[in-house]
Design a protein. Structure first.
Length: 158
């Protein structure tokens, strides 16, 4: 998992894999007029989903992981807390890989919570469990964008 703030990544000297650098470059652009829904960036290998949703309490939500895509979750408006935990061999309670590239889990032991504000992002790899759309206070509306990067891009297959 990687967390960061847009606009700062060019100055931190951190090497990023090219597919992730492309996703962050897209997120650095003006996204204010981008409507909700799915937006192709590079066919199915790299695309973005703009979502308008409401946050919920820490106790709710779905813990998930993906096997074909890396998630770059970036908040555009509001405040969102996202749970993170390593996939330490936990058994999924539901397998939806074929339909939506998702494995769903019960709450993992000792999760870490990440606070996203506008312009902050979190990158989740296949071994990262995450639980988006949470709040530490009153549920509220948010606007976010999730860039999906096919693992095949990291392997140089596309």
């Amino acid at each position: 998992m990687i967390c960061g703030t847009l606009g700062r990544r060019r100055d931190d000297g951190l090497f990023l894999p090219e597919p992730l650098a492309r996703a962050l470059a897209f997120l650095d652009g003006d996204l204010s007029a981008l409507p909700a829904g799915r937006h192709a960036l590079e066919d199915e290998a790299l695309y973005a989903v703009v979502a308008e949703a409401e946050t919920g309490p820490f106790g709710g939500g779905e813990w998930e992981s993906h096997r074909r895509y890396v998630d770059v979750q970036c908040l555009l408006e509001g405040e969102e807390w996202i749970g993170w935990a390593p996939d330490d061999g936990l058994s999924p309670r539901r397998d939806a890989l074929d339909e939506e590239d998702c494995l769903y889990y019960d709450v993992p032991p000792s999760p870490t919570w990440i606070r996203l504000l506008p312009g902050r992002y979190a990158v989740f790899f296949p071994d990262d469990l995450h639980c988006p759309l949470r709040t530490a206070s009153t549920p509220s509306p948010i606007r976010k964008i999730v860039v999906k990067i096919a693992l095949s891009l990291f392997r140089g297959e596309d």
